[in-house]
Every structure is written in structure tokens, then in C-alpha cells.
Write a protein that binds this ligand. Structure first.
Ligand code: SF4
Length: 377
């Protein structure tokens, strides 16, 4: 593992690794065929910093106002040692919980608050709760979990709380989108539950590594959101089994990182070469060339989840890849990778391969219709 870590460190350069969160993990599995993302994420590389240095940043996915409002809501829910959260849990789980031990792992009592150290504290706190002779009821605030992704451990920094009730852990996800009349946007709920599914898998992995039944982590996620249009929180229980199954399947398909590293030219690095003011000094052309040694699988949906989307889109456009037109068209034109090839088959300047006869007929028909329309316009 240390040799692998050394190789990943060399890719990243002398800066701390950027941790995963469940959102980036869900994104990683959304485009499992992309080697570039798999490599950069495994090395903990700041993709946003690369995109900015190359002059193609992704517009903010969320406004700073929305981010601030989300953080304020989370603080409100967790205030006073989790008193409000405890009230919600009593309601949601119908359990008599007079009090709970609240442990905030954001301050672990050491100067070294690295992900590794906070994960070690999280692991100890959870195992103590599992093995406690008394009926431990523990709120864990800011835990750091670890999940094995493509044979490589990644840290998850949930803003959620793991809670043990009578021997079963529950993942609590706090989101600031409103639930109106008991209903929330399905896309938002789906994204929140996918994140929580990653936490559930990580917590199960922690227990199973100690020979403890992973089934002690509930598949039910407790989703805490504002009620209606107020700031008053409400808790709902959401069954995450489908998301857990989908994420497990997607993670098992992810390519191992070592073969991707082996395929890179010797001495490849994505180091931005920061100066004393933490400004990148790396020649952007050289950095772009280094990125180009990795293979991508750009799709328009990348814009919703990957910081490199505008870099990869620009490359795909320059190369005239069909991928920029979306997965429906890519599937329709199966076997044709470039827009120019499709256009030449359509206008008859390129002879299609034997197995492209149907595709060529469809393209020529579309070309004829378009030509007719232009002539009659
Ligand atoms: S934007 Fe680029 S690096 Fe990110 S997932 Fe898409 S193709 Fe991969």
C-alpha cells in the first residue's frame, strides 16, 4: 500500500490530499468508465484548482448563500449538544431517549486533526459504543469514516451524525431543502440518500473489519430537513436499500488504480507547483498535456458533478468526439466515435464499414431530409 501511496503522492505533489465526501463518491460512481477522475480522486488531487489554473473552472454548483444557509441549518439542528436532534429522534424512532452522549470529533484534542487522526478517533468511539456493556446511546458529530474504493481507502467527511440505538447505528443526514406537506423534491432526496448510502457502507466496513456484523448499521436513513417554509427541523426515515445496492454494484465495477498508474508515462505529475503564496506556477500547457495522458469519458452530465467538466468538454469538442452530444446520440451512433466520421458517412464521402449499413442508411436519410429543408426554406 505504501508503494501505491508513494505513486499517488507523486501525482499530487507536496500538498495535502483532498478528502472525498459522499457527494464526490456518488459522482465517481456516476461515470465509472472515466480513468482520469478515478486517478485524480485516488490521489486526492484538487480538481477544481486544476480547472481554475487551466482557465476552465466549473461555475459554482451552489451559491454561497445556499451553502451558508445549509451550514446555519446544520448548526441549529446540532446545537446544545444535539438537544434538538435528540427531540427529532424521539419523534422519528418513537424511542424513549432521555439523553445521549454527544461526542464532537471535530476537536479531537490534538494538534494533528488530519483525516487519519480523526478517523482513528471515530473508529475508537464507535467500537467503544459497540462493545460497551451498558446500553450505549451515542451521538457522533463530525465523524470521519473510511471506505475502500477501487482497492484504495478513501476518507469520507460526513456532516452527519452516527447514532447508536439499542445496538443499531443509524446514519443521520442533515439537509437544508424544505419538506413541504411531507414531500420533498425526489432528485434532492435521492442525492441525499445516495450520500448516506456511502456512509452506511463505510460504517459497515469499519464494523466488519473488526469481525462485527455490518447489519448493525441500519439501512434506514434519518433525513433531517426544514419543515414546510420554516427553519423548524423535521425528521423522516428513508429506506436506503436500493441506493446501497446500486452503490455497492457501482463500486465493485470501478477499475483498480494500479493499472491506471501503470499506463501513465514515467514521471507524470499533476502537481501545480505552488509558490510561497500558494499560487500555482506550473506551465498550464504542460499541465494540460499531463492531463491528456489520462483517458476520459466525457458526458454532458459531468457538468453536474465533476470540477473538470469544462476542461474535459473542451478537449472532447476539440477532438470532435460524439460524447459531447450526450449518451442518447452516442448510443444511437454506436461504433462511431467522432462527429466528423458521422458527418462524412451521412454525406457519402466516407464508405461505412460492413456492420454500419443500417447506421449509414439512417444518417443519409437524416442528411437528405436536412438538405431538403434547407433548400425549401
Ligand atoms: S468531467 Fe472529465 S474527469 Fe470528470 S468525470 Fe467527466 S470525463 Fe471524467
Amino acid at each position: 500500500m505504501s508503494l501505491l501511496n508513494d505513486r499517488l503522492d507523486a501525482l499530487r505533489g507536496p500538498v495535502p490530499a483532498k478528502g472525498h465526501d459522499a457527494r464526490t463518491l456518488a459522482a465517481l460512481t456516476t461515470n465509472p468508465g472515466c480513468s482520469r477522475r478515478a486517478l485524480l480522486d485516488a490521489a486526492g488531487i484538487d480538481k477544481d484548482a486544476i480547472a481554475v489554473h487551466l482557465g476552465k473552472p466549473r461555475p459554482l454548483a451552489k451559491s454561497s448563500l445556499a451553502l451558508r444557509s445549509g451550514a446555519i441549518f446544520e448548526q441549529q439542528v446540532k446545537a446544545d449538544g444535539g438537544a434538538e436532534l435528540l427531540r427529532l429522534l424521539r419523534e422519528a424512532l418513537h424511542l424513549p431517549l432521555p439523553e445521549a452522549a454527544h461526542t464532537d470529533l471535530a476537536n479531537v484534542g490534538t494538534q494533528d486533526a488530519s483525516l487519519q487522526v480523526r478517523h482513528a478517533y471515530t473508529r475508537t468511539a464507535i467500537l467503544e459504543a459497540v462493545r460497551s456493556a451498558s446500553p450505549a446511546r451515542t451521538l457522533l458529530d463530525h465523524p470521519i469514516l473510511q471506505l475502500t474504493v477501487a482497492s484504495h481507502p478513501v476518507y469520507l467527511e460526513p456532516d452527519v451524525v452516527a447514532f447508536q440505538i439499542d445496538g443499531v447505528f443509524h446514519i443521520i443526514e442533515i439537509k437544508s431543502f424544505a419538506v413541504v406537506d411531507g414531500q420533498a423534491g425526489p432528485a434532492k432526496v435521492g442525492a441525499a440518500v445516495t450520500q448516506a448510502a456511502a456512509y452506511i457502507l463505510a460504517l459497515r466496513e469499519l464494523l466488519e473489519n473488526e469481525g462485527i456484523d455490518g447489519g448493525r448499521v441500519s439501512h434506514d436513513v434519518i433525513l433531517v430537513t426544514p419543515r414546510n417554509f420554516t427553519r423548524r427541523p423535521t425528521a423522516s426515515i428513508v429506506d436506503a436499500r436500493k441506493k446501497i445496492a446500486a452503490l455497492t454494484r457501482q463500486l465493485s465495477r470501478l477499475t483498480r488504480v494500479e493499472p491506471l498508474l501503470d499506463a501513465l508515462p514515467a514521471h507524470t505529475t499533476f502537481d501545480l507547483a505552488l509558490n510561497q503564496d500558494k499560487r500555482p506556477t506550473r506551465d498550464p500547457k504542460e499541465l494540460a498535456a499531463a492531463l491528456h495522458t489520462t483517458t476520459t469519458r466525457y458526458m454532458p452530465a459531468c457538468r453536474h458533478f465533476c470540477d473538470l467538466a469544462y476542461v474535459c468538454r473542451s478537449e472532447a469538442r476539440d477532438e470532435g468526439l460524439i460524447d459531447v452530444l450526450g449518451s442518447d446520440i452516442r448510443d444511437d451512433l454506436g461504433g462511431v466515435d467522432h462527429i466528423g466520421t458521422a458527418l462524412r458517412i451521412a454525406d457519402g464521402t466516407r464508405t461505412p464499414a460492413d456492420d454500419q449499413a443500417d447506421l449509414a442508411a439512417a444518417l443519409r436519410h437524416a442528411h437528405a431530409v436536412r438538405t431538403q429543408l434547407r433548400e425549401s426554406a
